[in-house]
Ligand binder design. Structure first.
Ligand code: C5P
Length: 217
């Protein structure tokens, strides 16, 4: 089976030396890629800038901005069976890019931001045959937000994690996930090393996908 997995943050440049980004390390997406590779699946891993080693055997596509991630994912989507959108994509980007380094002054200044494209929602609004797994990193109202994103982003599964807890989530080696299904049910994968959590998530993804295919045929 062919997996398309996105991981890590995106960066939105302000000028040649400054950018907006977030704390995503890429560890969860890379662990899902590693778990899929262990099971002999083909993995295309679209990665934002991260400081970790890529899983051996993955077809790597390295990107920086959200627009680059969207382009890369759109090109690959038609070839893939499962899309796992684990990347922490910037929600906003600077309205203007300065091609020269902006000079510091003693005055306060306001940065104008515009909404960035929602890659997942854009990809799933077009016709496709992929099984779609979205992620949601939440600090509050996890259940309400996750259930909403499952529908809004046309996902088959929505995987939520509580990033307000420092021991799990962004940049940590461990995670705990709550998986929201389209029938309104949910399942928790308890706290563990990201690779162990990823192996359990992979099994759930494949089981649910299999069920969907059986129902369709
Ligand atoms: O940031 P948010 O909680 O909306 O992310 C939910 C899902 O949407 C994640 O799978 C993330 O990768 C995706 N996303 C995206 N493009 C964005 C923001 C989020 O594809 N601009």
């Amino acid at each position: 089976m062919k997996f398309l997995i996105t991981a890590g943050p995106t960066r939105e440049p302000l000028d040649p030396v400054r950018y907006l980004s977030n704390r995503s390390s890429g560890k969860m997406g890379y662990a899902i890629a590693a778990a899929a590779l262990e099971e002999k699946h083909h993995v295309v891993l679209i990665s934002g800038p991260v400081a970790i080693t890529h899983p051996s055997g993955a077809e790597m596509v390295r990107v920086t901005t959200g627009d680059e991630m969207f382009e890369a994912a759109s090109q690959q989507l038609g070839e893939c069976d499962v899309l796992v959108m684990c990347a922490a994509v910037c929600d906003y980007k600077p309205a203007h890019y300065s091609p020269v380094k902006s000079k510091k002054t003693r005055e306060p200044f306001a940065l104008e931001l515009v909404p960035a494209r929602d890659i997942l929602a854009s990809l799933t609004s077009a016709e496709h045959d992929c099984f779609v797994v979205g992620f949601a990193a939440e600090t509050h109202d996890l259940e309400t937000n996750a259930a909403r994103k499952l529908g809004e982003k046309n996902c088959d599964l929505l995987v939520a994690n509580d990033v307000s807890r420092p021991e799990i989530g962004m940049d940590s080696d461990e995670n705990e996930l709550v998986i929201f299904f389209k029938d309104g049910t949910r399942e928790t994968i308890p706290r563990g090393k990201k690779i162990a959590v990823a192996r359990r998530l992979l099994k759930i993804i494949l089981d649910v996908r299999e069920n969907c295919l059986t129902k369709k045929s």
